[in-house]
Design a protein around this ligand. Structure first.
Ligand code: NAD
Length: 250
């Protein structure tokens, strides 16, 4: 028996990185996990959970499509009988480019996945939670949702928007028993950041500026997500929680 036994969780971006680690952490605590991702490697995440005696289903989902986002939530209800918590975590990065050189395509792709994807999933989740006694939602923003990293204008804009969506819904639905919070990771060692961490110059500059002196591992993000989705956090709402080893305080 874990903190999430008999709880049902929708999670996006569960193929790799933070989403995969969090899906496994939810399952270890007894949750049934409905994973949406465009990457079929999310099936491997469900296989690990099922092998260890848990419940998990993968549905290929492009979160930028509202129909697919709604279908993901619907599938969770059909498979597991309801929805108690959601982790809207899928995201993409643009190529690193100066603001004035960023293409329309790069801008739209990041906004479509990182902003509209979170919006689409939240709408579907809220529509269900409103009629069924509430729930908890956690979105993944970034330290780039609070400060501006150079060369990533669409991502900075998108992650600031996720902060806005989190606060808007947290305020709007608090009296309906729905809490909405966000995590803002600093640099985490995942496939998304492989290209940066492979760059010696980047790594040297990052390590020099980071109080903790290393990137996080995805597993270090999971504890707070689970806490925010749990009954330990019943008065925590419409907030953003930074996990960056002290980077933004430095
Ligand atoms: P990742 O690339 O390992 O994970 C992202 C996941 O999202 C992948 O499984 C990918 O297939 C999925 N995805 C991408 N587009 C999708 C779409 N349209 N529909 C559904 N799924 C889609 O990277 P990660 O670092 O684990 O990223 C997870 C989240 O954390 C992202 O929102 C990212 O912006 C955020 N984040 C990451 C870092 C970091 O340093 N890694 C820092 C701050 C925030």
């Amino acid at each position: 028996m874990g903190r999430f036994s008999s709880k049902r969780v929708v999670l996006t971006g569960g193929a790799t990185g933070i989403g995969r680690a969090t899906a496994l952490a939810f399952a270890r605590e007894g949750a049934a996990v409905m994973i949406g991702d465009i990457d079929d490697r999310a099936k491997e995440t469900t296989e690990i959970i099922i092998k260890s005696g848990g419940a998990a289903v993968f549905q290929r989902t492009d979160v930028s499509d509202p129909v697919q986002a709604a279908a993901l939530v619907q599938r969770c209800i059909e498979e597991f009988g309801g929805l108690d918590a959601a982790f809207n975590n899928a995201g993409v990065l643009p190529p690193t480019k100066a603001f004035h050189e960023m293409s329309q395509e790069d801008f739209h792709r990041v906004i479509d996945v990182d902003v509209k994807g979170v919006f689409n999933c939240m709408q579907a989740e809220l529509r269900h939670m409103l009629g069924h006694g509430g729930g908890a939602i956690v979105n993944t923003t970034s330290v780039a949702g609070l400060i501006a990293d150079p060369g990533m204008a669409p991502y900075v804009a998108a992650k600031h928007a996720v902060v806005g969506l989190t606060k808007a819904a947290g305020v709007e639905y608090a009296r309906n028993g729905i809490r909405v919070n966000a995590i803002a990771p600093g640099l985490v060692h995942t496939p998304m950041t492989d290209r940066w961490l492979a760059d010696e110059e980047f790594t040297k500059a990052f390590l020099a500026a980071s109080p903790i002196g290393r990137p996080a591992e995805p597993e270090e993000m999971t504890g707070l997500v689970l806490h925010l989705c749990s009954d330990e956090a019943t008065f925590t709402n419409a907030q953003v929680f930074v996990m960056d080893g002290g980077q933004t305080a430095h």
